[in-house]
Design a protein around this ligand. Structure first.
Ligand code: PBG
Length: 322
């Protein structure tokens, strides 16, 4: 008889035959920074904060100490600083730019990524410039390129376009090269779905669209593999260095497809709603939080993600160290 159980018989043997690993370097921690002098809790994301500059530096130091793969910085702008063109996104001395400068100054060894998008900076909450009821793709490209250059100039090690505008990776690559940042890699949110799993993030960043939705630029969950592969192919061709799938677990089937096809590292974004669901179930005593979080992240590693953006990064790293 075939006895697969032989290789599960004790922890030593299980460890010996295990091929999927999850280490702190495989996790990147998304961090929010706001204008306030005190950090603020985010109700729908227990344990995560809208950081002040000083609590942000503390979080960055903790990330480095835990050996995380890096952090991704998101700015949360007060309403009165937002405008129709999202100029806060590409202000040389904007919130995120100053936050990145400070982290790189205090915790230079930490890899800092910047989310390159306009939705946290526009008064209408869309990821690009709005003309009538639609988002003007080509007019937005120039602003995304300026945003990426300003982030690189502030010291970002990696820029991560997430606006889902056609041509954004190429436009950003060109602009970075011309500005002397040929060595700054692009982590592209290549396969990004229009998802209800972003709900808590939009609370955290106050970035929900004030009218309409993101369905004309983010991907249709039911489109099928052709759309995922097409998006990844375009970004690959335009010079993305790392390809990301987002959300993570509902779209885990996309990762192996990309792994087969592209000779580039892959990432997955375990998004706010995925995090919030585990937290909520755990708070009710319905699941074992530690096991569920580590199991989810390990599954993403198995599917092909080199690293996972996850709000669980610091907790998971601490659990792994136990
Ligand atoms: C910006 C952006 C979003 C997220 C990451 N970058 C929001 C959105 O597209 O609405 C969501 C991340 C999360 O839910 O954790 N465009």
């Amino acid at each position: 008889m075939e006895r697969p159980r032989r290789l599960r018989i004790n922890s030593g043997i299980r460890r010996l035959v295990r091929e999927v690993t999850l280490e702190p370097k495989n996790m990147v921690w998304p961090l929010f920074v706001h204008r306030g002098s005190e950090p603020e809790e985010i109700a729908s994301m227990p344990g995560q904060l809208r950081h002040s500059m000083s609590s942000l530096v503390e979080a960055a130091a903790k990330a480095a100490e835990l050996g995380l793969g890096g952090v991704m910085v998101f700015g949360v702008l007060p309403q009165e600083e937002k405008n129709s063109v999202g100029s806060g996104a590409y202000d040389e001395h904007g919130l995120v730019q100053e936050a990145i400068r400070l982290i790189k100054q205090r915790v230079p060894q930490l890899t800092v990524m910047a989310d390159t998008c306009l939705c946290e900076y526009t008064d209408h909450g869309h990821c690009g410039i709005v003309s009538g009821e639609t988002v003007d793709n080509d007019a937005t490209l120039e602003l995304l390129a300026k945003t990426a250059v300003s982030q690189a100039a502030a010291g970002a090690d990696i820029v991560a376009p997430s606006a889902m505008m056609d041509g954004q990776v190429g436009a950003i690559r060109n602009a970075l090269d011309q500005a002397g940042f040929a060595n700054v890699p692009i982590l592209s949110y290549a396969v990004k779905f229009a998802s209800a799993f972003y709900g808590p993030f939009r609370d955290a960043a106050d970035s929900a669209p004030s009218f309409g939705d993101r369905n004309s630029y983010q991907m249709d969950p039911a489109a099928g593999y052709w759309d995922a592969l097409r998006e990844a192919e375009i970004d690959d061709r335009e010079g993305a260095d790392i390809l990301m799938v987002k959300p993570a677990l509902p779209y885990i089937d996309i990762l192996p497809k990309l792994k087969e096809r592209f000779n580039k590292p892959l990432a997955a974004y375990h998004v706010s709603g995925e995090f919030a669901m585990i937290k909520a179930a755990a708070a009710n005593g319905w699941v074992d939080e530690k096991r569920l979080a580590l199991e989810s992240l390990t599954a993403l590693r198995r599917a092909g993600a080199q690293f996972v953006l996850t709000y669980y990064a610091p907790e998971a790293a601490a659990w792994l160290a136990q």
